[in-house]
Design a protein around this ligand. Structure first.
Ligand code: ADP
Length: 423
């Protein structure tokens, strides 16, 4: 008999989707992440995470995309739904967390849901409805100056109320600490008072486990990736290596890095210092003839791939990136480098690479698109937030293992150690 799909997830961005999928796998679920709404059924998994790009689009579009994902997940028989939002609650008074949550509730015929971005393992905690990032309140963190969604109010009750029609309430930590029965009682009380959405405090994993148990019958959960660790237990699932099992790895190994984040810079340095074969991509050279540069990189890589993983990187220090941006404009420079790295990633797969690490969130999006990857089966975690995945690259007619690392994730030896985990 086909396995019943237990949880249907809708994520408002790509790396957020991977973060959620990774947590579900760690807690014992078998998970596929889909880029956009899948075109066909997904067999033999416990959860599907549909990755949208709806975090900063106009609220009406976010609602429309999310409802399309919901309809597909409902058609697959999911009984519970998870709307994954950013762990720093990235949103504006126009949406999209409140507007999407309320639209999903209405579509599900439900009248209440819990909302929390808490993920203590990742230093996101919520207390009395206030979100802390590390040891400072949200509005004192770097999020204050975010270019698209500046977060200037740490009170999530206020922030959510500004973008919701229904009443917003709070399940405070004293209740959460008292356990799942107390949380259920508080939810019943809030519903009786006409509250539609409730921020839930959590400062430790055990809070998320208690919340998870309390939400066993909830139709909808709105959360960062943290609550995911508390839901699989409701289905008798527990952490196990089987949840993260992927087909055996084979083929050649490569790394493509377009991230200029500090962590990635250290990873590139570490790989080169250890004697790894590395090709620095010159962003300015791409302007003259992108195809010639891509061909030169692939010609360099081909004879080296048999000896071990090769690295192609545009990763550069801030002053070098700024110089390029001044010449080309930040947007055009980024797009040019992304397109080149995507073409290189695809070329490497054509040369036989079947284990590919990509560094950079935007870079990962570009590479995945160039490879024609639509679904990722989520495997073992390399470092927090970065699992190995298995995917079909429809553009190259190949199956491969992929690790998509967003900027600041991973230890300095990330590039060297990742392939060892597949062996
Ligand atoms: P991260 O996850 O670290 O933010 P991203 O891939 O999301 O990494 O973003 C990095 C951006 O910087 C991409 O648009 C990429 O094309 C661009 N970029 C990478 N290297 C360079 C470079 N040397 N000069 C200018 N822009 C670059």
């Amino acid at each position: 008999m086909a396995r019943q799909l237990l949880l249907g997830c809708i994520a408002d961005d790509f790396t957020g989707a991977t973060d959620l999928a990774n947590n579900l796998v760690r807690a014992g679920m078998q998970v596929v992440q889909s880029i956009g709404v899948p075109a066909a059924p997904v067999a033999n998994v416990d959860a599907v995470v549909v990755a949208l790009k709806s975090r900063t689009v106009p609220a009406a579009q976010a609602v429309e995309q999310s409802l399309a994902a919901l309809r597909w997940l409902q058609s697959q028989g999911c009984g519970q739904f998870y709307f994954k939002v950013c762990s720093t609650f990235d949103s504006t008074p126009a949406g999209n967390i409140g507007s999407v949550a309320e639209a999903l509730l209405a579509a599900l015929g439900a009248d209440f849901c819990c909302v929390t971005p808490a993920f203590p393992e990742n230093a996101r905690t919520v207390y009395q409805g206030y979100l802390f990032v590390g040891d400072v309140l949200l509005d004192e963190s770097g999020m204050r100056n975010h270019p698209l969604t500046p977060m200037t109010d740490p009170s999530l009750v206020r922030v959510l109320q500004a973008q919701s029609r229904g009443k917003v309430g709070l399940v405070a930590h004293a209740v959460v600490r008292a356990g799942s029965e107390a949380i259920r009682a508080r939810i019943a009380q809030l519903r009786g008072e006409g509250v539609r959405l409730a921020i839930v405090d959590a400062v430790a994993n055990e809070d998320l486990m208690a919340l998870g148990r309390a939400l066993a019958d909830a139709k909808l959960v709105v959360a960062g990736s943290g609550v995911a660790i508390g839901l699989p237990q409701n289905h008798g699932l527990a952490p196990s290596p089987a949840a993260a099992a992927l087909p055996p790895a084979h083929g050649l190994q490569a790394i493509v890095s377009g991230s200029c984040s500090q962590a990635t810079q250290a990873q590139v340095k570490d790989f080169i210092a250890a004697g790894g074969a590395a090709y620095p991509l010159d962003a300015l050279q791409l302007v003259a003839d992108r195809e010639a540069v891509v061909d030169a990189v692939l010609a360099w890589a081909q004879p080296r791939l048999a000896q071990g993983p090769v690295l192609v990187y545009s990763t550069a220090a801030p002053d070098a990136v700024q110089a390029v941006q001044q010449r080309l404009g930040a947007h055009d420079a980024g797009a040019l480098v992304e397109e080149a790295l995507a073409a290189i990633g695809r070329g490497l797969v054509t040369l036989g690479v079947r284990q590919l690490v990509v560094a950079g969130g935007e870079t990962s999006g570009a590479v995945v698109q160039a490879l024609g990857v639509r679904q990722l089966r989520i495997g073992r975690q390399i470092d927090p937030g970065v699992p190995w995945c298995f995917a079909q690259a429809t553009a190259c007619d190949a199956d491969l293992h992929l690790a998509l690392k967003s900027g600041n994730f991973g230890t300095p030896d990330f590039f060297r150690k990742s392939f060892g985990l597949l062996a």
